[in-house]
Design a protein around this ligand. Structure first.
Ligand code: SAM
Length: 292
């Protein structure tokens, strides 16, 4: 990057990096190769890159010889990408805000989309929730994110990083941290560390609930007041009898309830069969494990 913020791509294309679009362009060949390796597509899978920028990952992805759709919001970059890759029959460019893109347009085949991107950090959380709507169509998502966000995605109960993002993403996806990336791999270098994560929607979630909307509401409301006990944070939703039937301690804080616990309390509220017996069994197992 020169002093005026111009970033030169591998093919000599110069671009003024735009902060509002979170533009930090990858130039580290080793990191680019590791990302591409993580996505090796099978036949019948469709590749989608979010925010291709100057094409650092796009070029090696196209070289795999599969179809590739890219989604880019920046008009100048889109024009450059069209010029550079437009002649390739497998290449499709969507010049749009990814948050407005309907991912159902790419396929009707379940679990066939391979989505990847070095994501603009300012939209990463809304984008993850947007993509969850299409989870049935997605095989996996490989994303470069702010390291802190990856820590939250992978966090376990009882830790400071554990919150709504952890519970919701782990409900829907297997979360696998792949590797960390230093700021020097980008041009201009971001102020934060980055990491690559793979999110793979479960064919069947490990703790399925019938009412996913209620589950999402409970999790949001609990973590909106993470310093309160769950009894207080969820007092509009869960009564004393329901807490008792769940065999969960309502004096716990939201961060101490596991994904399975949130699923269980949801099922108690909706009166799903067998949940109470399951809760009793789990409470007994827990006692046996902790009782010497
Ligand atoms: N993939 C390139 C790389 O690794 O060098 C660029 C990564 S840069 C961190 C993020 C890219 O996402 C930029 O090209 C930016 O213009 C694009 N972008 C930002 N917000 C976007 C949005 N809402 N929809 C689509 N693309 C967006």
């Amino acid at each position: 990057m020169n002093r005026r913020g111009l970033v030169t791509g591998v093919d000599g294309f110069q671009h003024q990096a735009r902060k509002r679009f979170g533009q930090n362009f990858l130039h580290d060949e080793h990191v680019i190769a590791r990302i591409v390796k993580a996505i090796t597509p099978a036949p019948n899978q469709h590749l989608i890159e979010i925010g291709p920028g100057q094409g650092a990952i796009t070029a090696p992805l196209l070289a795999l010889g599969k179809g590739l759709s890219v989604i880019e919001i920046d008009r100048d970059l889109a024009a450059h990408l069209r010029q550079r890759f437009g002649a390739n029959p497998g290449f499709t460019l969507i010049e749009r805000d990814v948050l407005e893109v309907d991912f159902a347009q790419f396929t009707t085949t379940p679990r066939s989309l391979r989505i990847l991107g070095n994501l603009p950090y300012n939209i990463s959380t809304p984008l993850l929730f947007h993509l969850l709507r299409y989870q049935a169509l997605i095989h996996d998502m490989v994303f470069m994110l702010q390291r802190e966000v990856v820590d939250r995605l992978a966090a376990q109960p009882g830790t400071a990083d554990y919150g709504r993002l952890s519970v919701m993403m782990q409900y829907h996806c297997k979360v696998e941290r792949l590797f960390n990336v230093r700021p020097s791999a980008f041009n201009p270098p971001p102020k934060v560390e980055s990491a690559i994560v793979r999110l793979e929607p479960w064919p069947t979630p490990p703790h399925p609930v019938r009412d996913e909307k209620l589950f999402a509401d409970l999790v949001r409301e609990a973590f909106n007041q993470r310093r309160k006990t769950v009894r207080n944070a969820l007092k509009q939703r869960v009564n004393a009898a329901q807490w008792q039937r769940s065999h969960l301690d309502p004096a716990l804080r939201p961060e101490n309830l596991s994904l399975g616990d949130y699923a269980r309390i949801t099922a108690i509220i909706t009166g799903e069969n067998g949940v109470e017996e399951q809760a009793k069994e789990q409470a007994k197992e827990h006692e046996e494990r902790t009782d010497p």
